[in-house]
Each structure stands twice: as structure tokens, then as C-alpha cells.
Design a protein around this ligand. Structure first.
Ligand SMILES: [Zn+2]
Length: 486
């Protein structure tokens, strides 16, 4: 019995040994190659240009200027290798989808010293295809066109650049690199779809020819790799045919096309771990293309990857009882942390928002809190009006929360202050209004509003929900990004 068990364990492992060793090494040695200039999701064209400039002097790297974006930012292609199989990888056709761009610069560092992977292939990278969108950290280009719906009409220079790169190379493989909402999950599980894949269809019938099945085989291999580092956190994107999209058309034009969507991962707001997963899986896929080993993979496993769903919240609170107009209601709350950017699109603060309320039993949360045995309490405003921020800084915020205060008022709060890096909200004392008589009071929590309240046990406050973040009064490692100021 014991021998049989060992056999059952060993046989399936043998088939993956080679890819396993490669990906394990990539994973383990990642820090050696990580590009240290890029540290967060928001970065611009001007920040990556020096990195591209430097590659011009790097042995075996070839930098080709492909053209300019609508606002005149250069788009370059970086090629390396001398094999006959052409692989084209393009990222950030949507300006706010930067995860793969970060990984591409890590991959360049790897390729500077690891050339054996390039034996049979030539790689071509177009990082940041939509630099104008990146400037404003937005999906579309400077005239508001979604480049991924411009593959046929080709009205944007960015679209024409991608099309002519694909055509001139007659690329054998294409990697179409995007980000998706962090609220996607692997269907019917609470696991975020940290990575989602698609071998896009090239017709409405969703036929599978050799071009598409080769893409599916690569995806099966990449899925096996991601499962090791983020178990259950892979989704399969819908393969409904979109006749205007690049992925679908590039597949149709004969390039085996792999769509990679980077989603969310718990406690990775800047997507640095997901960047690492991109690096590992893309390099392992390149290795597989180079050796041709993907050909031995069955596409049957492609269909087994769970579908993408969109059922996640940042925070799900269940079984919360609150009263309104004298009657109790039991609800679940789905709370998201929206990002509000500064004017330069270089940083953000969060605004908590109740995105759904009611029976949310089919939904999941990155973080969950069961309020079943807890009492809902409205947070009060600290009665003393503070003269300035200096006075505020002297307060013991945790103690205020324990006393039932979720807001502090400050005299003449400057208008430009929208948030505070404390687990409490701040209000300008002049903006405090006293509710009029004869009006129906508002419910203490409502749809699309900011959730700030307290949860008590036996009369004692145990949790403060501040701006949609949980502050656990029994702990010292709370992750409240910010309170609001207005
Ligand atoms: Zn996208």
C-alpha cells in the first residue's frame, strides 16, 4: 500500500520535472534580476526610457523605434536572440495595466546573463504600448479610444504600430499582456483570479486550429506553474469572439496568442508578487517554446481551468444587524476600497464604499468578518473641537475608537486635505450639521456610501470599521490605509 502511494505520487511529478526545476529556479533567484528602478504600479513613459536607453549598449539587445503615440511619446521594440521562432510580447495597451511591464524589465535583466534560453528563438518586447494612457494611469489612449477595439479600423498610431510589428515579424507566438480587476475570482471559490489566461477565439464558432491549440498548450503549462505559488488562483477568461480585439485577430492572423491578465493577490496592492509570477511563468513559457516541449502537453487540461467570475470584495462583513426606523435588519456588506489619485496620477488614497448590501452568500472577500454575535454601534464625533493638526497628533487614536469615537473635528481644516494616515476620520468643524426635525433619518449604513461604524461585544467596542477598513482593537498590526478628511 505504501509503495503504491509513493508510485502514485511520483509518476505524475516526473512529467513536470523539467518545467518544475526551471520555474523553481526562476522563483528562487528572482530578486537577483528584479529591476529596482520600478517599485510600484504607477510609473510613466519618462521613467522607463532610461532603462530602454541603457539596453542599446547591452550586448545582443536590439532597440528599434517603432513610432510615436498620439501625444508624441516613443514606442520601442526590444529584440534579443537569433533563432527562427519569433515571439512577440506587448504590454500596457491599456495605460493603467502595468504589472507585465514591470515583469518585462525584470526579464531583460535575466536575459542579459542567461542566453541559453534564446537558442532557437528571437524575442521581441513592446513594453508600454499606450504611453499616453500610462501618463494619466487610464485605460484608453489620448483620444479616448480603447486600443483593444481598434485592431481592424486601426485609427490609433499605437494600434498601427502593434499591427505592423506582428505582420513584419510574422510572429509564431504572441503574448498579450494585461491587468484585470482584482475583484475577479476563480469561479465558485473565494480565490482571487491572480492570473487569468485565454487563448482567444478567432471566430464565433470558437474553432480550435493548430495556432490556437499551441496557445492552449502553453497556457496549460503556465497554469501548472502558477498553481505552485498561488494555488487555486488561476482563472480562464471568456473566449467569446470579439472581432475588434487584438488578441482575437492576432490569433486569426496565424500567431499563437496567449492573453495574460494580472488580477489581485491578498495584501499585494502594488502587485509586486504578481509581477514576480508574470516573470516566472513568462520565462518558463519562453523556455518551453524554445525547446518545443509544450507540444507534448494535452489541451484537455485547458478546459479544466476554472472560469473567471467577479464575486470578490475587499471586505465582506456577514450577519450584521442594524436598526432603522425602529426595525432590525440582518445584512451582509460587500465593501471595496476605491482608489482616488493625486493630480499627478502618481499616488492614491482609498475611499471605502458599500458596493453591495443584503444577502451576499454567493460572494467572497479578500478579508471577511462575521458580525453574528456583535452589536452594531454608530461611531460618534469626539466632542472637543481641535484647533489644528498638531493637537490631533497628540491624541491616542486607539483610545478614541475604544470610547466609541470614529471622527474628530478640527477647526478650519485645509480644503486640500482629503485623507489622513490614521485609522480615524477627520471633519472640518464648520461642516458638522445638526439633523433637522421632521425629516426621516438616514439609515446608518447604505448602498454606495462610506462605511464607518463600530462593532461591540458585551458593550465593549472590539472592531472599528473606519473608511471601509477593519481595525481590530485586540491587535496591533492593523492595515488601515487611511481615514477620510472632509
Ligand atoms: Zn487590458
Amino acid at each position: 500500500m505504501k509503495n503504491l502511494l509513493i508510485l502514485l505520487l511520483v509518476v505524475p511529478i516526473l512529467g513536470f520535472t523539467q518545467q518544475n526545476t526551471i520555474s523553481d529556479n526562476l522563483f528562487l533567484n528572482y530578486e537577483t534580476y528584479k529591476e529596482s528602478i520600478i517599485t510600484q504600479r504607477r510609473f510613466k513613459h519618462s521613467e522607463i526610457q532610461p532603462l530602454i536607453e541603457k539596453l542599446k549598449s547591452e550586448k545582443d539587445f536590439q532597440v528599434t523605434f517603432l513610432g510615436n503615440s498620439i501625444e508624441g511619446r516613443s514606442i520601442s521594440m526590444i529584440s534579443i536572440g537569433s533563432g527562427t521562432t519569433n515571439v512577440l510580447l506587448w504590454s500596457q495597451m491599456h495605460g493603467d495595466e502595468t504589472t507585465a511591464t514591470m515583469a518585462i524589465f525584470d526579464i531583460f535583466n535575466y536575459l542579459k546573463v542567461n542566453k541559453e534560453i534564446l537558442k532557437n528563438i528571437k524575442l521581441h518586447f513592446i513594453p508600454m504600448l499606450n504611453p499616453d494612457g500610462a501618463e494619466k494611469f487610464t485605460r484608453r489612449n489620448a483620444i479616448g479610444i480603447d486600443i483593444n477595439r481598434d485592431a481592424i479600423r486601426l485609427q490609433s498610431p499605437e494600434s498601427r504600430i502593434l499591427k505592423s510589428a506582428r505582420d513584419s515579424l510574422k510572429a509564431n507566438f504572441g503574448f498579450n499582456l494585461h491587468d484585470q480587476s482584482k475583484y475577479y475570482n476563480a469561479e465558485r471559490t473565494d480565490k482571487p483570479a491572480t492570473i487569468s489566461y485565454l487563448a482567444p477565439a478567432y471566430n464565433y464558432e470558437k474553432s480550435i486550429n493548430t495556432t490556437r491549440s499551441n496557445a492552449m498548450k502553453i497556457i496549460v503549462e503556465m497554469n501548472d506553474i502558477i498553481q505552485k505559488y498561488a494555488p487555486g488562483q488561476v482563472g480562464r477568461y471568456s473566449d467569446d469572439f470579439e472581432p475588434r480585439a487584438f488578441g482575437d485577430n492576432i490569433q486569426k492572423w496565424g500567431t499563437s496568442t496567449i492573453l495574460i491578465e494580472s488580477g489581485g493577490f491578498k495584501n499585494d496592492p502594488e502587485k509586486q508578487f504578481i509581477r514576480k509570477l508574470n516573470y516566472v511563468s513568462i520565462l518558463a513559457a519562453i523556455h518551453s517554446i524554445s525547446t518545443g516541449s509544450f507540444a507534448n502537453t494535452s489541451i484537455k487540461k485547458y478546459e479544466k481551468i476554472p472560469r473567471n467570475d467577479r464575486k470578490l470584495f475587499d471586505l465582506k462583513i456577514t450577519n450584521l444587524t442594524f436598526s432603522h426606523l425602529g426595525n432590525p435588519y440582518i445584512v451582509d456588506l460587500g465593501i471595496n476600497h476605491l482608489e482616488r489619485e493625486n493630480n499627478k496620477h502618481s499616488d492614491f488614497y482609498n475611499i471605502g464604499r458599500v458596493n453591495d448590501i443584503g444577502d451576499l452568500s454567493t460572494y467572497y472577500g479578500y478579508q471577511t468578518l462575521d458580525a453574528k454575535d456583535l452589536q452594531f454601534k454608530i461611531g460618534e464625533t469626539y466632542p472637543k473641537i481641535l484647533s489644528d493638526f498638531e493637537e490631533f497628533k497628540k491624541l491616542d487614536v486607539k483610545n478614541l475608537l475604544q470610547q466609541g469615537y470614529t471622527t474628530v473635528s478640527i477647526d478650519s481644516l485645509p480644503n486640500e486635505i482629503k485623507f489622513v494616515n490614521y485609522p480615524i476620520n477627520i471633519v472640518d468643524s464648520r461642516k458638522i450639521t445638526i439633523p433637522k426635525n421632521n425629516t426621516i433619518p438616514k439609515p446608518p449604513i447604505s448602498f454606495r456610501k462610506n462605511p464607518t461604524f463600530l462593532l461591540a461585544k458585551d458593550g465593549k467596542v472590539v472592531y472599528a470599521i473606519i473608511n471601509g477598513f477593519v481595525y481590530d482593537l485586540a491587535k496591533n498590526d492593523n492595515k488601515v490605509k487611511n481615514g477620510l478628511a472632509n
